[in-house]
Design a binder for this molecule. Structure first.
Ligand code: NAP
Length: 318
């Protein structure tokens, strides 16, 4: 089976959690030239600057891991910024890539694109089959517009623009901001600080009953490079583990990993979000990819990374 082997790869958002995992995977590959540019020098919401950058660098492959990302609190507080920035970045980059003959463009979205009550596990075919989860609708609509733009550019112009929908991610380089972070990094920080302070109780948001799926970012990086190498990748494909845990079980796993032995209680005034969210990964499995990092091992690794990033003052809090 012939594969596509890009030489000049632009990773948009290379300093982010996904972007930095891709750089880790590719930086030692002698056949690949990485094209990287940080936000200070290239605001991806600035369409003219993006067009100039693509005309100058002419990458043959783009992995678009840049986005305005955040947890429930951030999505509910800044919906206008989430839809504007994510729409501007996606449309500017996809169009500039087309104009400059980029042969492969891989766009990243997330499983919040699927309807709130999608069948579980969520197949790619459930896209646009019902109302979205309201807490992150702005972000989800921008991602749906991006993946559909890829599909239509591929249909009209024949450029290989395709999209991957990762489930909840975790790992090195995650965002540990007390309010803006996702559930897993928030728990690692909260249980760690509680242990340090000999606190007897940690409160977690909601009932603890919602079920969630978590994929280690290094597994995702391997999946993205696998998809980019496919001669004819699917337009839209989920990337996950196909397994899930309750938020309560996750809290108990993090507490044990961190060494917190106190009580875990629930703040029922906080929203639970979607009751169950798990991806159907039969499509990506049929292309030959499998996740390899289990949740227990992944959380242990991530806690070690957290301690290292804290010690070296590199903990991301945005
Ligand atoms: N995290 C998850 O759980 C998750 C789950 C599913 C899907 N995803 C998807 O995976 C992708 C990457 O997410 P992530 O978790 O790696 O996010 P992240 O850690 O927040 O990284 C996002 C990156 O985008 C860059 N960026 C944001 N706005 C920009 C702008 N206007 N101009 C230039 N660069 C900009 C940021 O630059 P700075 O470094 O300068 O801030 C950062 O490097 C996103 O498409 C997201 O939807 C993430």
């Amino acid at each position: 089976m012939s594969t596509f082997q890009p030489k000049r790869i632009y990773i948009a958002g290379h300093r982010g959690m996904v972007g930095s995992a891709l750089v880790r995977s590719l930086q030692s590959d002698p056949d690949v030239e990485l094209i990287l540019q940080n936000r200070k020098n290239l605001d991806l919401c600035n369409q003219a600057a993006v067009a100039d950058f693509f005309a100058d660098k002419k990458p043959d492959c783009v992995i678009f891991a840049a986005a305005k990302v955040g947890g429930i609190h951030a999505n509910q507080s800044y919906p206008a910024e989430f839809i504007y920035e994510n729409l501007m970045m996606a449309t500017s980059a996809i169009h500039a890539a087309y104009l400059n003959g980029v042969s492969r463009f891989l766009f990243l979205g997330s499983t919040c694109i699927y309807p709130r009550m999608a069948p579980q596990p969520m197949p790619e075919s459930s896209l646009l089959s019902g109302p979205l989860e309201s807490t992150n609708e702005a972000y989800a609509l921008a991602k749906i517009a991006g993946l559909k733009m890829c599909e239509f550019y591929r249909r009209q112009y024949g450029v290989v623009c395709h999209s991957a929908m990762p489930t909840n991610l975790y790992g090195p380089g995650d965002n540990y901001h007390p309010d803006h972070s996702h559930v897993l990094p928030a728990m690692i920080r909260r249980f760690h600080e509680a242990k340090q302070a000999n606190q007897s109780d940690v409160v977690i948001w909601g009932s603890g009953r919602p079920r969630r799926e978590f994929l280690h970012v290094d597994d995702l990086s391997r999946a993205l490079l696998h998809l980019v190498a496919l001669e004819d990748p699917p337009n839209l494909v989920n990337v996950g583990t196909g397994t899930d845990v309750t938020i309560r079980e996750l809290a108990e796993l993090v507490a044990e990993t961190v060494g917190f032995t106190g009580n875990i209680s629930h703040d029922l005034s906080k929203p639970d979000g979607t009751p169950v969210k798990r991806t159907d990964i039969s499509l990506i499995r049929s292309t030959g990819w499998e996740p390899t990092i289990g949740l227990v091992e992944g959380v242990e690794q991530t806690y070690r990374d957290f301690l290292d990033e804290t010690k070296s003052n590199l903990l991301r809090e945005v």
